[in-house]
Design a protein around this ligand. Structure first.
Ligand code: GLU
Length: 412
């Protein structure tokens, strides 16, 4: 029987817990969220009818700092998925060593069926219903699947109506509305830096290495753009509408123009079209799943030809899929490190908001690199010490950090 997302994350976590031999009391504390908020969102649609949606905010752990994590708009959002994603944020902020806990929010909605005005009303209504539970020093949302800087701008504005000027209540805002330079590209940049470090450890370079990228949203498109600029060969990319393959490597700047003009990677001149399954098993050195969760099942994992998998998305591997990759010797860079660039620069944005002081883009990118590189060293040390997979090592490292903060706070 296949597991839901929350069970999968908790199984990964339990493996790391057994490596550390934690007391049972910690298991309950660290597996389960501290608070879950569910709200019924009612908005007026453009045609005058009433639209009903369900929204969640799950706050998993705040031992290391305020709850932190994105907000996604997707028809498949449910409480188990949000719990899993909230928990991943706790471990991600710990691995990358920014002083936050973990949370996640979501609205069960297909935003492609809503007008921009409807999405704005939905966002504002969500803030109306959760503003008591969040705050610059409490819980700080950010973009995730199908949300972006524009949505974060509305979020900031609506929160400010309730609580007064508080730019640090949400990150990933537009640069001209208290956002940070370098935030938009941060997740893709972090993933590019992570695989760069891993390749270097194996005596290889980005230059000439071939990549297949599933997803061409914020993470996938920035990853492709930045890796291409470093000389990587992007042989395949896909989005919700389909995929393309160019054996000699895609001209990514040209592809970005094509996507801007047509709304999809599909139909790019000179490319062979491939479907959303082929994108995962195509011949390449590195596979970057940067779309949704659970796409790498055991069946897919058995057919992957890449030597490395970079988890740009959150939870792209099922438990069985992850195990098959390990058995086959495919090195998987886990989401809680590989896609942590976004929350790292969210932390920089928050610091800038609290200090009312803007950083240069160079400073943002340099500091981001420092965090990604340091986490790589720490994860490698844990792999060597505990003789585990990279994923388990990352969870062990995170658990040690969260446990230390929990203990140092004391237990009353
Ligand atoms: N949604 C992103 C993630 O999953 C970013 C979270 C944030 O910046 O708080 O890591």
């Amino acid at each position: 029987m296949s597991m839901n997302a929350y069970e999968t994350t908790n199984t990964f976590l339990k493996r790391a817990m057994s490596v550390l031999d934690l007391e049972p009391g910690y298991e309950t504390l660290l597996l389960t969220p501290r608070r879950e908020v569910r709200v019924e969102l009612t908005i007026r649609m453009d045609d005058g009818s009433i639209g009903n949606y369900i929204g969640y905010r799950v706050q998993h752990d705040n031992a290391r700092g305020p709850y932190k994590g994105g907000l996604r708009y997707h028809p498949e959002v449910d409480v188990d998925e949000v719990r899993s994603l909230a928990s991943l944020m706790t471990w991600k902020t710990a691995v990358i060593d920014v002083p936050f806990g973990g949370a996640k929010g979501g609205i069960q909605v297909d935003p492609t069926k809503l007008s921009e005005k409807e999405i704005e009303r939905l966002t504002r209504r969500f803030v109306d219903l959760i503003h008591d539970f969040i705050g610059e020093r409490v819980d700080i949302p950010a973009p995730d699947v199908n949300t972006n800087a524009k949505v974060m701008g509305w979020f900031f504005d609506q929160y400010t109506l309730h609580e007064g000027f508080s730019p640090g209540v949400v990150t990933g805002k537009p640069v001209s509305l208290h956002g940070s330079l370098g935030r938009e590209s941060a997740t893709g940049r972090g993933a590019m830096l992570a695989i760069r470090e891993v390749l270097a450890a194996d005596g290889k370079k980005l230059q000439g290495t071939s990549f297949s990228v599933q997803g061409f949203g914020n993470v996938g498109s920035w990853f492709a753009r930045l890796a291409h600029a470093q000389g990587a060969k992007i042989v395949a990319v896909s989005d919700v509408k389909g995929g393309i393959f160019v054996g000699d490597g895609i001209d990514v700047p040209k592809l970005l123009e094509h996507v801007k003009a047509t709304g999809s990677v599909v139909g790019f001149a000179g490319a062979r079209s491939i479907n959303n399954e082929e994108i995962l098993t195509v011949d390449c050195d590195v596979l970057v799943p940067a779309a949704l969760g659970h796409v790498i099942t055991d069946k897919v994992a058995a057919e992957i030809r890449a030597k490395y998998v970079v988890e740009g998305a959150n939870g792209p591997c099922t438990l069985e899929g992850s195990d098959v990759l390990d058995q086959r010797g495919v090195l998987c860079l886990p989401d809680i490190w590989a896609n942590a660039g976004g929350v790292t620069v969210s932390y920089f944005e928050w610091v800038q908001n609290l200090q009312q002081h803007r950083w240069s883009e160079e400073k943002v990118n340099e500091e981001l690199e420092r965090h990604i590189v340091a986490a790589h060293k720490d994860i490698r040390a844990a792999m060597a010490r505990y003789k585990t997979s990279m994923r388990t090592a990352a969870f062990v490292l995170a658990l040690e950090r969260v446990k230390a903060a929990t203990d140092q706070r004391g237990h009353g």
